[in-house]
Design a protein around this ligand. Structure first.
Ligand code: GLC
Ligand code: CA
Length: 546
């Protein structure tokens, strides 16, 4: 579908993890018909774009991020007719549909790999990355993201293949022009079906520099291959050949080690993505996160891209712990902190991405045994912690905090059995707090988190200052204050968040911030001036007196 240039700046994108959204046939697994049933809920929320995590045929070693046929729908999720109906019904409600593209690797069940693994003479041999053994072992010491060696031996060929993630996810060989042509065809095929854009998975490692294989190199494969020049060239070719002509939206899930990387992936003159989702491992984030650090990072990336780029804003997705558990206080200030995070998401410059369930403040879960976790990454983290000598109880505690399953427990629709997600046994446990935290309880309740999201989405639609306004940080002295101005054509809004559990003094007059309250998560209203005291986790939007 053809779009206007820059249309993506006006989107509010809702990410659906189909497995956990809505089950329509009682098998415990969410599906496309289920998404269809819930489109009116999404319209009520007010979002105007949906991003579907992968729905292609897949053996589900990594829940759909291991694709065995890019042109088929996973039978558990339904049929291509269901998908066509979903596209039509989303469009009818004014919602764009964004598909997830997994192009760094395929499933080992993909026919390309099934053929390639049989013999070196296969027509698909060159589609993957094969190397002869070195001293009877793997070509080097690279490790995979999900643990273990990044190389797997195939006796039929007497060779190893490279897999950056699980061994069931062999990396495609982008150096081969046939691979690039085949991938371009797939993307065009979906574009021709009418999708509006793509989220492009794990795309920073396409180019590998294999001529420099050093047997002593024991790095994680993705670290050894991040952001090489060939990767940028392949991305540019892909986007220009498939998405750019019709302005299909593109957002790349990328690794940004420095500000230059943000630029390289998203500056307009580079011809790569419209926006980037920088990947940060939950473990690192759990250790290093603070409001001050977050603010500094946001400011720096804003400055870097201000003239030529755009930002994907997100606080949660299917790879992260729940945002209110990670950045807020899910125990003592659940509602206020969930709303503060919502206000932050919608008032920063950039396109907001809402991950399913965050609009009702869904929280982390702590499953009692490591065996209860489905996520391949959680299992591997636990195993590697124990192997490194961490006591089992402590390893479980850390795995619980970082687990991607925190975000993948089924959507909490209502307080009936299985939270209204399924009439059968859900594929992953439902968070026991569903009787209190669910959509039915919050829809229509004036002070709910859901209503607060609705209000923010509407404000963004009605006030261009939130979309196009520039951004200037203010009140930077206090660690827990995160405050900024948005300015657009004579309108100035100030947004002030008290990012912490203690009340916070704010001298509005010191920086001429007097004005009228537009929105607060603590019921504050009217004209405000002088010194005010913000409540714990209060967010306040002011329209400043001109
Ligand atoms: C991305 C996906 C993640 C997946 C990985 C491998 O990071 O978001 O869910 O496991 O890529 O495809
Ligand atoms: Ca189902």
């Amino acid at each position: 579908m053809k779009h206007k240039q820059d249309w993506f700046k006006e989107l509010v994108i809702y990410q659906i993890y189909p497995r956990s959204f809505q089950d329509s046939n009682g098998d415990g697994v969410g599906d496309l018909k289920g998404v269809l049933q819930r489109l009116d809920y999404l319209a009520e929320l007010g979002v105007n774009a949906l991003w579907l995590s992968p729905v292609y045929a897949s053996p589900n070693v990594d829940n759909g991020y291991d694709v065995s046929d890019y042109r088929q729908i996973m039978p558990e999720f339904g049929t291509m007719d269901d998908w066509d109906a979903l596209l039509a019904e989303a469009h009818r409600r004014g919602m764009a549909l964004i598909m997830d593209l997994v192009l760094n690797h395929t499933s080992d069940q993909h026919p390309w790999f099934q053929s390639a693994r049989q013999s070196r003479d296969s027509p698909y041999s060159g589609f993957y990355i094969w190397r002869d053994p070195v001293n009877g072992g793997p070509p080097n010491g690279w490790r995979a993201v999900f643990g273990g060696s990044a190389w797997e031996y195939v006796p039929e060929r007497g060779q190893y293949y490279l897999h950056s993630f699980a061994k069931e996810q062999p990396d495609l060989n982008w150096e081969d022009p046939q691979v690039r042509a085949a991938v371009h065809d797939i993307v065009r095929w979906w574009a021709d079906k009418g999708v509006d854009g793509f989220r492009v998975d794990a795309i920073s490692y396409l180019d590998k520099h294999l001529e420099a294989l050093d047997p002593g190199d024991g790095r994680i494969c993705t670290a050894a291959c991040t952001n090489l020049p060939g990767t940028h060239r392949y991305i540019r070719e892909l986007v220009q050949a498939t998405c750019a002509p019709d302005h299909l939206m593109t957002v790349g899930e990328v690794t940004c080690l420095c500000l230059e990387d943000h630029w390289d992936y998203t500056a307009r003159s580079r011809g790569e993505f419209d926006m980037a989702i920088p990947f940060v491992s939950p473990i690192e984030e759990l250790q290093g996160w603070s409001p001050r650090q977050m603010r500094a990072q946001i400011n720096a990336v804003y400055q870097k891209l201000r003239l030529e780029g755009w930002w994907a804003r997100f606080l949660s997705n299917h790879d992260k712990p729940r945002q209110v558990s990670l950045y807020g206080d899910a125990e003592r200030h659940w509602e206020a902190s969930a709303k503060l995070l919502a206000a932050l998401l919608h008032t920063l410059p950039g396109t907001p991405f809402i991950y399913q369930g965050e609009e009702i403040g869904m929280t982390n879960i702590a499953l009692p045994e490591i065996g209860d976790y489905d996520d391949i990454d959680t299992q591997n983290l636990y195993r590697s912690l124990v192997a490194a000598g961490v006591e089992e109880k402590e390893a479980l505690r850390r795995a619980q905090l970082a687990s991607r399953d925190n975000a993948r427990t089924p959507m909490q629709w209502d307080s009936s059995s299985n939270a209204g997600f399924s009439t059968g046994a859900p594929w992953l446990p439902i968070n026991p707090n569903y009787t209190a935290i669910n959509a039915a309880e919050q829809r229509g309740r004036q002070d709910s988190i859901f209503t607060f999201y609705q209000t923010l989405i509407r404000l963004r639609r009605e006030h261009p200052v939130l979309i196009h306004g520039d951004y200037t940080p203010v009140l930077e002295e206090d660690d827990n204050l995160f405050a900024y101005l948005r300015r657009w054509e004579g309108t100035t809004w100030a947004v002030i968040h008290n990012f912490g559990p203690a009340p916070q003094r704010v001298p509005l007059d010191r920086q001429n911030l007097s004005g009228k309250a537009v929105l607060s998560n603590c019921g504050r209203s009217g004209e405000l001036e002088g010194e005010i005291i913000l409540e714990p986790y209060e967010s306040l939007i002011l329209e400043l007196d001109s």
